[in-house]
Design a protein around this ligand. Structure first.
Ligand code: GDP
Ligand code: MN
Length: 381
């Protein structure tokens, strides 16, 4: 679950990471009220979950109430890279001497936590990585050992953080690591992490992604879940109780079982295609479920073909086939289906599909996962 900047900052504050005083505003009047409390000058910041808000005009400095009115008026309702700005965060503006970058993530391959630290912050870290990779310190942290003050200081030195800021950066690294581990984050990023002219180090931005697997021990996360913005497809899938994740490709995917659904994405990729989604219909395959799944995929304008990949275990082939035939009567599909049906009662299932009177242009059956993937990808091109 990705947090908005203001939620990330509130999360940081729980771990004593210094952030600026501010508040959230949904209207121009609220923005002025927050600004009066925070003290001028203030920054008015669009709350959308996408980087580069500054360049897009979503972050503005304001010296008085009139300027807050102007900027908040412009920013609320603004579209930033396809994200509608519904609220702004208004905080007391900071003076900036220097901008750094710090983040913690999990490096799954190494089975370790990864600290990324750079004296070149304020720009997208991907940009720094492309232009000057040597400017980013990548350091693994053994989760059984953790990160203590000495190790954090050594990292700051190694990342060539200027001496005057090393101690302040190290202090924040220790706190950010606690936030990352005890706070159950997948990502905890500060960009920019600033040095003020007065010498303090301070988080000016917050990008936090929480690990959903840990939500059972964080009842307080419920307030964040309430502001999660799903795209239209994900919203529809949730209403239908489907395990769906929207992606950017052109081949719609329906599979039974999370493992098979993941493999299906891989195979589509392997033969040169791109998946439009992950969708696991689980153990059942009745007409309601199938119609719901097809409806969600059909709502995705990018989808050019649909790959249904079913391996029957408890799910029986004839039940799947009947489900598809029935679902196709209910949903007017824009894209052709390629199905691979195997496992329990697959023969019967294929027979039902073959005798259902559905034209080849709308549904074809392939004997293997690979052939079905190739056919679906060819149709999507
Ligand atoms: P992003 O562009 O979406 O990553 O938004 P940030 O919160 O990182 O802000 C972008 C840039 O705006 C920062 O790198 C700063 O240069 C500038 N900025 C943000 N807050 C302040 C502030 O309080 N004072 C000043 N002087 N600049 C700020
Ligand atoms: Mn930023």
């Amino acid at each position: 679950m990705d947090l908005f900047e203001y939620q990330g900052k509130q999360y940081f504050a729980r771990f004593d990471i210094p952030v600026s005083a501010g508040g959230i505003a949904h209207t121009v009047d609220e923005a002025v009220a927050v600004a009066e409390k925070a003290g001028y000058p203030v920054v008015v910041k669009a709350q959308v979950q996408v980087g580069g808000r500054g360049k897009a005009g979503g972050i503005k400095l304001a010296n008085n109430a009139d300027e807050v009115r102007t900027h908040a008026g412009n920013i609320i309702g603004m579209d930033i890279k396809g994200h509608l700005v519904k609220r702004v965060w208004v905080e007391h503006a900071s003076d900036i001497a220097e901008e750094y970058y710090a983040s913690f993530t999990l490096d799954r391959a190494a089975k370790k936590h990864l600290l990324m630290l750079s004296a070149e912050g304020g720009v997208e870290i991907e940009e720094v990585a492309a232009k000057n990779p040597a400017a980013i310190l990548l350091q693994h942290i053994d989760p059984t050992v953790g990160l203590d003050a000495a190790a954090a200081k050594a990292a700051a030195v190694k990342a060539r953080i200027p001496e005057k800021a090393q101690q302040g950066v190290a202090d924040i690294l220790v706190k950010l690591y606690r936030c990352f581990t005890e706070g159950d984050c997948d990502l905890a990023e500060i960009n920019p992490l600033i040095l003020k002219p007065t010498g303090e180090v301070h988080a000016l931005d917050a990008k936090v992604s929480l690990d959903g697997n840990a939500d059972y021990r964080h009842p307080e996360w419920a307030e964040y879940a309430a502001t999660v913005e799903l795209d239209a497809r994900e919203q529809l899938a949730r209403e239908k109780g489907l395990q769906y994740i929207g992606l950017d490709g052109t081949v719609g995917i329906i599979a039974n079982g999370a493992g098979l659904a993941m493999s299906t994405l891989d195979v589509v990729n392997q033969v040169g295609g791109t998946a439009a989604n992950f969708l696991d219909i689980g153990g059942g395959a009745n007409a309601d479920l199938m119609a719901g799944a097809l409806e969600v995929i059909n709502s995705d304008q990018k989808v050019k073909s649909i790959f249904i990949n079913i391996f029957g275990g408890i799910t029986r082939g004839e039940e799947v086939a009947n489900g598809i035939v029935e679902a196709m009567k209910r949903v007017e599909l824009r894209a052709p289906i390629v199905i691979r049906l195997d496992g329990t009662n697959a023969e019967q299932g294929r027979e039902i599909l073959a005798n259902a009177g559905i034209p080849e242009s709308k549904l074809t059956s392939k004997p293997t996962m690979l052939e079905a993937a190739q056919a679906a990808v060819a149709l999507a091109k």
